[in-house]
Design a binder for this molecule. Structure first.
Ligand SMILES: [Zn+2]
Length: 89
């Protein structure tokens, strides 16, 4: 029986519906709490705000979907034989 790691970080992708800005933020999880660099924050799903224009029309992409998008992007990049931004953690 394997339990999921309670500290496993989750990366969410955000897109601002006002200015088109997009960014990512990795959250650490402690039970139901979200932390960024050890600081408790609101749930990314409840309180997203654009750091560019401070707009609240923010679309949130959950980690599962983000992984699929990234997989699709890297598949596309392989066809082009180069990796413009290899994102390593
Ligand atoms: Zn914005």
């Amino acid at each position: 029986m394997t339990e999921p790691d309670p500290q496993a970080p989750e990366t969410y992708a955000f897109t601002c519906g006002d200015c088109g800005n997009s960014w990512e933020q990795t959250y650490e999880r402690q039970g139901q709490r979200y932390l960024v660099n050890g600081t408790p924050v609101h749930s990314p799903l409840a309180n997203a705000q654009c750091p560019g224009c401070e707009g609240r029309t923010v679309h949130v992409m959950p980690p599962e979907l983000l992984q699929r998008v990234k997989a699709a992007e890297s598949a596309k990049a392989e066809r082009h034989q180069h990796f413009p931004r290899l994102h390593r953690h």
